[in-house]
Design a protein around this ligand. Structure first.
Ligand SMILES: *Cc1c(COP(=O)(O)O)cnc(C)c1O
Length: 224
């Protein structure tokens, strides 16, 4: 099967859900992205600034680039001119830097706040307290060139679907609360939940995900 066919099959299987597919192209060459692009795919996800910027330069300009990996403050400037959505915001400091660079580029950058829900230590993201504190900080209200569009989360890497489902459900409950509490703010517009990868996207969609980030199921396994 070609990459485009894999995407079409996936979309067909999931046609009862309403969502955006982010094709995670990290560690795959530009040609693989072009194959998907020719089949109509426009949203692509990368986890490294350098790799995303190299690809962005060489590929069609209507591709929507999603930064899904941990983002260092000193690298925000490289993606600020073109990035479509940053999924991995995990501190006010980072958000301030994104705001600064967005302003320089005379644009607003859409962001998701990454919440840590997995049992593993290694995954990035804030806990619920940190996230709520961020949204209620006076300084946050002054950031006019960013917009918080929702939450991003990664579930525990386990075969036990009940754990994964419970984690995703928790995200949806908080999302609904935040939408009610914070959407009146000018730089907050909760309407996206980014959760679900190759191993758990079906569960994520059942629990309310609106953005699934799929890599290996589309592009095959990555060679590091
Ligand atoms: C690599 C990656 C994905 C895609 O993972 P697959 O299991 O290959 O679908 C999704 N989200 C993030 C944050 C990633 O780093």
């Amino acid at each position: 099967m070609t990459i485009s066919e894999k995407i079409l099959n996936l979309l067909h299987d999931l046609k009862t859900f309403s969502f955006t597919l982010v094709a995670v192209s990290k560690n795959h060459p530009a040609e693989a992205i072009l194959d998907a692009y020719k089949g109509g795919q426009r949203h692509f996800g990368e986890n490294k600034v350098q790799e995303m910027s190299d690809k962005q330069l060489n590929l069609p300009s209507d591709i929507k680039w999603h930064m899904i990996g941990h983002l260092q403050r000193n690298k925000v400037k490289y993606i600020a001119p073109y990035v479509h959505l940053i999924h991995s915001v995990d501190s006010l400091k980072l958000l301030k830097e994104i705001n600064k660079e967005a302003k320089k580029n005379e644009r607003t950058i859409d962001c998701l706040l990454q919440i840590h829900i997995a049992r593993e230590e290694s995954k990035f993201g804030m806990d619920w307290m940190e996230l709520e504190t961020l949204l209620q900080t006076e300084e946050f209200k002054t950031l006019e060139n960013i917009c918080i569009k929702g939450l991003m989360a990664m579930a525990t890497n386990t075969d036990d679907i009940s754990i994964v489902r419970a984690e995703f459900r928790q995200v949806k409950v908080h999302f609904d609360t935040y939408k009610n509490c914070f959407n009146h703010m000018p730089n907050v517009d909760f309407h996206e939940i980014s959760m679900g990868m190759s191993g758990d996207y079906k569960v994520a969609l059942e629990e309310g995900s609106t953005l699934i980030r799929i890599g290996s199921s589309i592009f095959g396994s990555r060679n590091y």
